[in-house]
Design a binder for this molecule. Structure first.
Ligand code: ME8
Length: 527
């Protein structure tokens, strides 16, 4: 029974499991960092969170890449899976579970699931016909061909047939259409029409769920001349890692159905049609939401392993700070479009929002508390009318951010937080604390102004912490906030910081970068 043992509400969030066919890049980082920010936010709200990621290690591509590298497929994927893990550690990704599809428990579960669907009569043996490239031993559909030739090697293809297992899709078509049209499962909604027009309305074709052209996969349990189609193997990770159809874990009842699958747009069809069909075939509840974001492009093209235009997150994180990179990619990705990454826009975002707006607010405020009050504010304060707008904005902020996180519109959530940060900087100009400081009779007013600024930093830093988990605790220490003052319960309540708080001025949180100089150096690194 859900939540019997643990009365906390649960939240299950997943990244795609990535192909370990090349090194991870900033595109993989985007989805993983976005999920991490949401997972951390949900934990902050008090949810019992399961956040999963992993690697999708079977298939012909991997088999081929391993051969090129002179390794066995397993040696090859071991090396790259380690790189993904190292990157996630570097990027402060707080995943709870990392699944590899070569894990024994997963392979066994995939076989069990395949057998279950077969026993229910939804899988049958048939014949797959298509275009075949003999040297590559690969089948292609006509639409995959380039100029009528093999898209891999450019050689001639021939008509060929092979025996294969198929999964019936018709029994699930009506329910899938309802899922897409009558619920808000697929976000952004714009993608729904794409799925309806391109796949569902023309009639769903049965899905080929086995291959005999390569060996690197999970064998079909009752016919080991076939391996299970890599997408059936991959998609089921979302339930096998909870323990479904295997004895490795025991969290299926606790966390399924999933609250949020996050992917980019190119794999929406797999997650909005094929995945629900597999679940329906197994009589399992459907996940609650699929958010498919756009791409990080570079020079107008999708950043990807095969295009070679990859930006190395290790280099960027080391030079500019992991939190800054996390912030920039989440802030600049629109809800439904793509975003074109440039080093210039990344640096100017860091300079303007983090160094100038947030960093400056913290350093100016703590410096003034130190200078005018020897670091500890007096308890007596005088409120003025001009404070109200700032107080209202900051007190109402967490409700807005909560709603945007649920959408999930992370860029918009960050923009809301930074509206309040900017308003606080404007408030400094309006209240001119340096003038108040010259007048002994205005000390209580000055204390109120500085307290209000510290409160804004307390509230915004709490909401920013899931996005920038390394730097925000440092900011919180600098303003003297701790314990319950930083709890979710208090993030929407004004005045929770102790009135006689003591600040601890510290290092600059976000240094400013000289954009031109950095571009020069980054270009040198690239070459
Ligand atoms: O598709 N911009 O793995 P994959 C934004 N194994 N996101 C990007 C991106 C970019 N330029 N490049 C990659 C697979 N991504 C399958 C998934 S899931 C059951 C199986 C992110 O290594 C984005 O999340 O090609 C995208 O959907 C995913 O990486 C594709 O990763």
């Amino acid at each position: 029974m859900k939540n019997m043992k643990n009365m906390k509400k649960t939240f299950y969030i997943t990244t795609p499991i990535y192909y370990p066919s090349g090194n991870p890049h900033i595109g993989h980082c985007y989805t993983t960092v976005a999920c991490d920010a949401i997972a951390r936010y949900k934990r902050f709200q008090g949810y019992d969170v399961m956040f999963s990621t992993g690697t999708d290690e079977h298939g012909m591509k991997i088999e081929e890449n391993a051969e090129k590298a002179g390794q066995t497929p397993k040696e090859f994927v071991d090396g790259i899976a380690d790189k993904f893990k190292a990157l996630w550690e570097f990027m402060n990704i707080s995943y709870d579970r990392f699944i590899r599809t070569t894990d024994d428990y997963h392979k066994q579960a995939v076989q069990n699931i395949f057998k279950t669907i077969y026993d229910k009569g939804y899988i049958y043996k048939g014949e797959y016909s298509g275009k075949y490239c003999v040297p590559d031993e690969s089948f292609w559909t006509p639409s995959q061909l380039i100029d009528g030739k093999c898209p891999e090697c450019g050689r001639e293809v021939t008509d060929a047939k092979e025996e294969a297992y198929f999964m019936k899709m018709q029994p699930f078509a009506a329910r899938i259409e309802k899922l897409l049209t009558e619920t808000d499962y697929l976000q952004p909604q714009a993608r729904v029409n794409e799925m309806l027009n391109n796949f569902i309305r023309p009639g769903l074709e049965d899905l080929c769920v086995s291959r005999t052209t390569f060996k690197w996969g999970v064998p079909v349990p009752f016919d080991d001349t076939h391996v299970v189609y890599v997408w059936l193997d991959a998609l089921t990770n979302y339930i096998t890692l909870l323990g479904y159809a295997n004895g490795q874990y025991n969290n299926f009842e606790q966390y399924w159905p999933c609250d949020l699958h996050m992917t980019a747009k190119e794999i929406v069809r797999f997650h909005s049609i094929i995945w629900p069909a597999i679940l329906m075939a197994c009589d399992l509840p459907l996940p609650k939401k699929l958010y498919s974001h756009g791409w990080i492009n570079f020079g107008g093209k999708k950043m990807g392993k095969s295009t070679g235009n990859v930006i190395d997150p290790f280099i960027l994180g080391k030079r500019y700070g992991v939190d800054s990179i996390r912030y920039q990619i989440l802030r600049d990705m629109p809800f439904s479009g793509d975003f074109d990454y440039t080093n210039e826009s990344m640096l100017s975002r860091i300079n303007s929002d983090l160094a100038n707006d947030f960093g400056n607010l913290v350093s100016r405020t703590t410096a003034m508390v130190e200078k005018y009050f020897g670091s500890t504010l007096p308890a007596a304060k005088i409120h003025e009318e001009v404070d109200n707008e700032l107080i209202d904005m900051a007190s109402g902020l967490s409700k807005k951010v909560d709603a945007l996180i649920d959408e999930p519109q992370l860029g918009a959530a960050l923009a809301e937080i930074f509206k309040v940060v900017s308003r606080a900087n404007k408030y400094i100009d309006e209240t001119c604390p340096w003038i108040l400081a010259k007048d002994e009779s205005k000390k209580a007013r000055l204390a109120a102004v500085l307290y209000n600024l510290l409160e804004v930093i307390r509230i915004t830093s709490c909401l920013l912490c899931p996005f920038m988990p390394e730097t925000m605790p440092i900011a919180q220490k600098q303003i003297g906030a701790s314990g319950d003052e930083l709890s979710y319960q208090n993030v929407g309540i004004w005045g929770k910081l102790r009135p006689d708080v003591t600040v601890e001025k510290g290092d600059i949180l976000f240094p400013r970068f000289d954009v031109e100089k950095e571009i020069e150096q980054l270009t040198a690194v690239d070459n």
